[in-house]
Each structure stands twice: as C-alpha cells, then as structure tokens.
Design a protein around this ligand. Structure first.
Ligand code: HEC
Ligand code: HEC
Length: 388
C-alpha cells in the first residue's frame, strides 16, 4: 500500500509540473500575441448618403474606397496651405485647395475676393489659370470626365489623368496653381506632428506619400454632395414653390419656354447637368487650345465645354469656362438675346434662329426665382465640409 501511495503522490506531482509547464508555455504565447502584434489596420468604411432621386452609380475607384479616416485626412489636407510646399510664410503667399475652391461659393472662387478681383484665379507664381475655377459639387456622380473639357476620364490612355486623384496632383504641380513638387509638399507636411497618426489611421502606416495625399483629398471631394435645396424639398413634397418659382421651373423645363433642361437637367436629372459637352453659342471664334475638340478631335466639339451643374448657381460666379459673366443676370441676358451662330453650335440650342429665348423681363425674373430654389444652404455651410 505504502509504495502505491508514494507512487501516486509522485505521479500527481509530476502531472502538476507538466500542467504548470504547459500553462506557462501558453501564457507566453498569448502574451506575445497581445504585446508584439501591431493593431490591425481597419479604417471605418464610410457610406455616402445619396439624396432622394439621385443616381446611385458612383464614380469611386476600387483602390480608393471612402473611409471615415481617409475623409478626415483629406478634409484637413484640402484646407492646409502647406500642401503648396511652403511653411510659415504669410497666408497670402501660400495656397490651399480652398484658396480657389471656397465652400460658401459652391467650392468656387467667387467674384469678390480681394486677392482675385473679378474671380480670375492665378497660382503662386502669378500665372493665371487657363480656365475659370470649377465648382466641386456632386462630382462623385460624374462618369463623363472632369474639367471643362472632360480631359480627365476613366479610360484615358494617359493613366495620370483618369480621376479626381490625378487632379489633386495636377493642382499641386501646376505652375498656374501651386507650382510645388512632390518632395516639397511632403516635406512641408512632415513639419506637422499630427499627420503621421492621421496617415496611419487612414492608410495603415504613418508614411506621408503623394499617392496617399491624392487618395485622401479625392475621398473628401467625393463627399461634397448637395441635394437639399428648396427644389429638392419641393420634389419630396416637403415645401411648395411660390407662383414665380413654379413659372420659372416650367420655363426651364419646356421647349416652348426657356429650353434649358436638355443640357442642365431638371426633375428627371436632379444633378442639374447631363455632365456632357456642348457648344452653347457663346462665339463663332474658336481659338481655345483646351476646348472639347482638343480632347476628342471631333469637328462638332469646337468651342464645346461641359455643361456645369446649376446647383447653387446663384452663389457660384464668375460663370462659364472663361468666367466671362460675373452675374447671373448677364448669363440670362446672353441666353435671352446674345446667342452667336456657328456651324458648331449644339442642335439643342433650339432658339438660335431668333438669337435666344426672347423672354419678357417678367419671365426672366421667374426663371431667376427658380434658379434661386437650387441653392442648398446646408451644403454651403455644412461643418463637415468646412475647415477643420
Ligand atoms: C489657383 C486656383 C486653384 C487652386 C489652388 C486649385 N484649383 Fe482646382 N481648379 C481650378 C481651375 C481653374 C479648375 C478648372 C480647370 C479646367 O477645367 O481647365 C479647377 C478644377 C478642379 C477640379 C475639377 C472639377 C470638375 O468638375 O471637373 C477638381 C476636382 C479640383 N479642381 C480640385 C482641386 C484640388 C484638390 C486642389 C488642391 C490640391 C485644387 N483644385 C486647387 C483652380 C484651382
Ligand atoms: C445646348 C446645351 C445647353 C442649353 C440648352 C443651355 N445651356 Fe447653359 N450651359 C451649357 C454649357 C455647355 C455651359 C458651359 C459653357 C462654357 O463654359 O462656355 C453652360 C453654362 C451655363 C451657366 C454657367 C454655369 C457656371 O457655373 O459657370 C449657366 C448659369 C447656364 N448655363 C444656364 C442656362 C440656362 C438658364 C439655360 C436655359 C435658358 C441654359 N443654360 C441652356 C449648355 C447649355
């Protein structure tokens, strides 16, 4: 009996030792797992809110999905004057995207900026931009090409000019905009100790690279969606239009009226643009080397440009690709009686034979009242789009 007992005690002891040994072993493995493994990179997917009646087909490249962290970074970069490659100069000698794309002006430049009198923008070197600044609104719904002439488009053989990401880089490098280099811009951003963490959260590691700058700013721009104007609320049955606004809407959307809807949309095309390119009869002299013809080589594209969205158009001047018209009254005067015939004018400019819409002053005011209903105050003041 005694020997059996001693044997059992010895056996229990050795079992405990083996158990303790393996427990300790597992503990070490677990500890190693907790301490050594870096936090997994998991940016938060951002789901874009699409306004009622808007198209749901979005222009978001597969390699740059929207994330909460990417958008936050992009927003900060959009407003950061160091993106132009300098630090510490006085603000007038520096430039951010928002210098030319101001939220309250529909992300355009406006006509009353003391630095850009008349709304003709120029870059850091003083060189004027070739065309007028474009609004940054609802660009995520555009599949037809960016810029006035659509030269930045998805299947462009020039891989450096396919989407908003590429436009970010162009703006940073262009002599008529920021005139920087990738190295200068990255070095200037490296002076800010907040960025490494923001880049890490958005892209997995703290490195500041041009590819990431492009992606983050493009993400932010894709969130600039305007779809809550009075007209939108009218379509949803939440608000009524005044008789003048309603008359203006009818003029806008009928061929007998002002006939604007073919190119600028309406209830069925709530972006208020087709995003297509037309010659709308501004002139018969075509010497702009960057019109739509320069992209397609199609004869009928001489003097053609992308029809801009008319959302927030009342705050969005100066108007047209050359910023020729400073006020909406001047634009309406042109469409009313100032059309110029050329063989290239769009066949959709039905009123060319009579020189324009030929509306009465009362009708012009009604049309203007309708255009006012496209102003989206929420978009123009949304804190999510403003300087962080
Ligand atoms: C000096 C003024 C200026 C600055 C600064 C500027 N832009 Fe622009 N932006 C323009 C002009 C002018 C156009 C129109 C160019 C054209 O079509 O010929 C434009 C067009 C665009 C477009 C195309 C919009 C469309 O509907 O096709 C995007 C996107 C854009 N800019 C983004 C940016 C970003 C991002 C930055 C900052 C990195 C920036 N811009 C800085 C003047 C500026
Ligand atoms: C055949 C197509 C077409 C029709 C019809 C048309 N437009 Fe346009 N619209 C354009 C194009 C193209 C541009 C840009 C032209 C340019 O940049 O030179 C433009 C520019 C504008 C602009 C300036 C927008 C900006 O942000 O710069 C306004 C405002 C405008 N149109 C209002 C109207 C109104 C109001 C009507 C009806 C009376 C109308 N358009 C009819 C094609 C058209």
């Amino acid at each position: 009996m005694g020997t059996i007992n001693t044997f059992l005690v010895a056996l229990r002891k050795s079992c405990t030792r083996v158990f303790l040994f393996f427990s300790f072993f597992w503990f070490l493995i677990l500890l190693g797992g907790c301490v050594d493994k870096p936090e997994p990179y998991e940016p938060t997917p951002f789901s874009l809110e699409i306004p009622s009646f808007f198209p749901t087909y979005l222009n978001i490249p597969e390699d740059n999905p929207l994330t909460v962290e990417g958008i936050a970074l992009g927003r900060r970069l959009f407003y950061d004057t160091r993106v132009c490659g300098y630090t510490g100069l006085d603000p007038d000698s520096m430039m951010s995207c928002a210098t030319c794309h101001k939220q309250e002006k529909n992300f355009r430049i406006g006509t009353d900026d003391p630095r850009f009198p008349g709304g003709d923008a120029y870059g850091l070197t003083g060189q004027y931009t070739h065309h007028a600044v474009m609004p940054l609104v609802n660009l995520v719904f555009n599949h037809e090409g960016y810029f006035w002439n659509g030269s930045v488009y998805k299947n462009n053989p020039n891989v450096n000019a396919r989407n908003i990401e590429d436009i970010v880089l162009m703006a940073i490098l262009a002599p008529d905009e920021m005139n920087s280099t990738a190295a200068k811009t990255i070095a200037a951003l490296q002076t800010d100790s907040n960025y490494p963490e923001m880049f890490e959260k958005a892209f997995g590691t703290p490195e500041i690279t041009m590819d990431r700058i492009k992606k983050a700013i493009a993400q932010f721009i894709r969130t600039l969606v305007s779809g809550n104007s009075k007209f939108d609320r009218y379509l949803k049955g939440l608000e009524t239009l005044t008789p003048d606004e309603m008359q203006g809407y009818i003029l806008f959307s009928t061929e007998e009226g002002a006939d604007c809807f073919h190119c600028h949309g309406g209830a069925g095309t709530p972006l208020f643009t087709t995003n297509l390119f037309y010659n709308n009869g501004r002139t018969d002299v075509f010497n702009d080397p960057m019109d739509r013809f320069s992209v397609t080589g199609n004869d009928w594209d001489h003097g053609a440009y992308r029809a801009p969205s008319l959302r927030n158009v009342m705050v969005s001047g100066p108007y047209m690709h050359d910023g020729h018209f400073k006020t909406i009254d001047e634009v309406l005067e042109f469409y009313n009686a100032g059309l110029v015939y050329s063989p290239y004018i769009s066949p959709l400019m039905h009123k060319i034979d009579q020189g324009g819409m030929m509306l009465t002053p009362i009708q012009i005011n009604q049309l203007k009242a309708f255009l006012h209903t496209l102003t989206d105050e929420e978009f123009l003041t949304n804190p999510k789009h403003s300087k962080p």
